[in-house]
Design a protein around this ligand. Sequence first.
Ligand code: GLC
Ligand code: CA
Length: 543
Amino acid sequence: MKKEDLIVYEIYVKSFKDSNNDGIGDLNGIKEKLPYLKKLGINYIWLTPIYQTLNIDNGYDIKNYYKINSDYGTMKDFKNLIKEAKKHNINIMLDMVLNHTSTSHKWFKKALKGNKKYQNYYFFEKNINDKPPTNWQSKFGGSAWKYLDDLNLWYLHLFSTEQADLNWENNEVRKEILKIINFWLKKGIKGLRFDVINLISKPIKKPWKNNLESINENKSYTDGENIHKYLKELNEKSFSKYQNIFTVGELSSTDFKHFADYSNYKNHELDMGFMFYHLKTDYINGEKWSKNKQKNLKEFKEIIIDWQSYQQKHHGWIANFLSNHDQPRHISRFGNDKNYHYQSATCFAICYFFLRGTPFIFYGEEIGQTNLYNTKIEEFNDLETLNAYKKLQKEGLKEKEILEIINQKSRDNGRSPFAWNNQKYFGFSKNKPWLNYKNIYNITLENDLKNKNSIFKFYQEIINLRKDNKIFRTGKIRFLDNINDNLFIYERYDRTKKFLIILNLSDKKQDFTLENKGKIILNNYKNLNDDYLNPYQAIIFED
Ligand code: GLC
Ligand code: CA
């Protein structure tokens, strides 16, 4: 298998399928649904963190890297899942959260007791003038430093106060990390997703500097000085020793060049990476917690084009996606989940699925699962969301306005229980799920399969298209831009053949001549009009 052959399906473990009816998804639930995933056609599943945790950030705060979260099952369940998945030709990719540990991890606890060795596993800094060492901000709001009274020290946490950043400069830490990765590789996993991996290399020289332009800037530790060294070391001492392991890095706020360096096979770092710029096109002045900017398809499209073109030229490899567990559902965000549910779900699927790179499907998008559309703050769970709520309250916004913003932006939107059928709790569990999901349009797998327009069946079709046509996996890409802001048009080709992908990303009819474009191999509408595209119409021609 090659990296271009992967079709990855991300599972938010907590929300996929609850096998023992405690309201929380689990490993046996996933095992139960393997035939479903096989039918869909994917060949890899990425599981969000399954390790022991206090669940402050739903598993991204790890207490013990070697133990399974008891809400999700046991090590035996995990081994069975790997074994069963293999029978379905599906491989498992695990989420490696190595930038930080939970503050309940034994290393941190020892550090708190004053143990110098373990303090050096993290970033503990002296208290000078009762001010944090730098003005860096946590991604979840507030200072990135927490003061410890007893020790008269500050420690760094780029995320919540319960997620303390690890000191990768320390050789002991890197040894521990290699041990963790190798432990899981030996268990038979075939993929690694590295959480916020381009933030692990903090500045070598101390004292660290303040952010000057804006306190929210993250240049000091993004794509840091030693990042490529660390990744090459991981590659050499862990996954390169195993056959057929694929790696993907979450690359937050990176740039074109670093991205290409991380994912160029010649560099022996990672196979591919996620970038996020296209998902910030609805932020106003880079601020996430404000009302969505008016849809800007031009900007959205241009970012994809620029990134694709640069990475093609410099041998980078993009993990393409539009939704994940940190993002609102793309059908609600970029599409129109109310009036053009099927059309926009299928149009945006094609939009990313045939780009140069490896596609990552997010559980539930294959039936067009939508945002939450909550009416009360109590219905939300995510810590980042609850922090944002408090911040917006302090700023004096009215409850109604705050809820509007949160309904658009909350990460919980991407974490709703999968809606399998029309029973109570949509067949996810027999008991009340951990996260409330009203499912206002009653979108379930059961209903989708009854529709004459099934999104699930459309996903099966596009997966088969990728499998059957090498050009979609290894061919070149070329963009036909500047025709119309609402149209996204690209070609995948090699010396022998060409596919033309034409998408109307808007909810309005668009004039466009479609005569003589070749043989239609996919169309999300029944008909083809000679001179216009329907709302969210998506067509693939073969030439
Ligand atoms: C990544 C994860 C996110 C988590 C954060 C801290 O961005 O995807 O869910 O909160 O890292 O680990
Ligand atoms: Ca359960």
